[in-house]
Design a binder for this molecule. Structure first.
Ligand SMILES: Nc1ncnc2c1ncn2[C@@H]1O[C@H](COP(=O)(O)OP(=O)(O)OP(=O)(O)O)[C@@H](O)[C@H]1O
Ligand SMILES: [Mg+2]
Length: 260
């Protein structure tokens, strides 16, 4: 590899995907080239969010010696998905076993470490000064996890949350809806992905309940099933000013007291 090629690889994380035979989608390019310290990826199922964040994690670990990269998800199984993809970027044949801390880790010759954990606030607290923290399926993670993670970023680490939507509650939803300029945001619906055929989506639309289709493929935060009244409706009920029926206090009188 030429020096120019090495430099391009170091500067441009998209080259990690192309060298693995994947042509990044426009939104993946935009994400990989962003330097935003906090990033929310709200994505439909199967559009490539775990793949692109795995590419970013690999790039950070390779080109920033001695860096710590943490990948988290609500369950170990989900966390392992990104880890497996990171592993495939290195073309490693063997998958590291779980260690004593129930973590999986890759240590690079340059001193960088990539560690995969289940989204458990207690285990996360054991690590300090990560350069990058990735939370997959973030809309399904406990709020305590985010409370444990954000102080770790005081040294300048980046935080990437990726997820398909869940109900209108929780840290991921709150930051997406009300988190303001602190976050860069990208929303990727299934219709934006060339790898999800229109015919497949048509069948899914016809066979799934409407709210499930909107949540899984259109990235809509749909209220959870058991909630009979939607969150928006409940909020408006509490917020909307109700005109008083009487302008003066009303005193009730028994019929006998009333003047005929
Ligand atoms: N740019 C790309 N070019 C070709 N294939 C891609 C690209 N990005 C992702 N893929 C492939 O698409 C499939 C889904 O990718 P990935 O698992 O990253 O999606 P996801 O959004 O995380 O899905 P899920 O919602 O199931 O977690 C994988 O087989 C992956 O290799
Ligand atoms: Mg995924």
């Amino acid at each position: 590899m030429s020096l120019a090629g090495d430099l391009s690889d170091a500067i441009d994380p998209t080259r990690l995907m192309t060298s693995a035979g994947l042509q990044p989608d426009p939104w993946q390019v935009e994400f990989l080239r962003s330097t935003a310290p906090r990033y929310l990826l709200l994505c439909a199922r199967q559009v490539g969010k775990s793949t692109v964040t795995a590419a970013l994690a690999s790039h950070v670990a390779i080109y920033h010696p001695n860096s710590l990269v943490l990948t988290l998800a609500p369950s170990m199984q989900q966390s392992f998905e990104i880890f497996r993809k990171i592993n495939s970027f290195y073309h490693e044949a063997e998958t590291p076993e779980l260690d004593a801390q129930s973590a999986r880790r890759i240590e690079l010759p340059n001193g960088s470490r990539i560690i995969s954990l289940s989204g458990n606030a207690v285990t996360v607290r054991g690590f300090s000064a990560p350069r990058l923290v990735i939370v997959d399926e973030a809309a399904f993670a406990d709020d305590e996890l985010f409370a444990a993670v954000s102080p770790m970023l005081a040294g300048g680490g980046r935080l990437i949350l990726l997820s398909s939507p869940n109900g209108k509650a929780g840290f991921f939803y709150e930051q997406w809806a009300n988190g303001g300029a602190a976050w860069a945001r990208t929303r990727v619906t299934a219709e934006m992905s060339s790898r999800i055929p229109a015919e497949f989506l048509a069948v899914e639309r016809a066979t799934k309940p409407d709210r499930d289709f909107r949540r899984e493929y259109l990235c809509e935060f749909v209220d959870v099933d058991e909630q009979y009244f939607g969150s928006d409706l409940l909020l408006r009920a509490f917020e909307s000013p109700v005109e008083p029926l009487f302008s003066r206090p009303f005193t009730w009188r028994a019929p006998a007291e009333r003047v005929a």
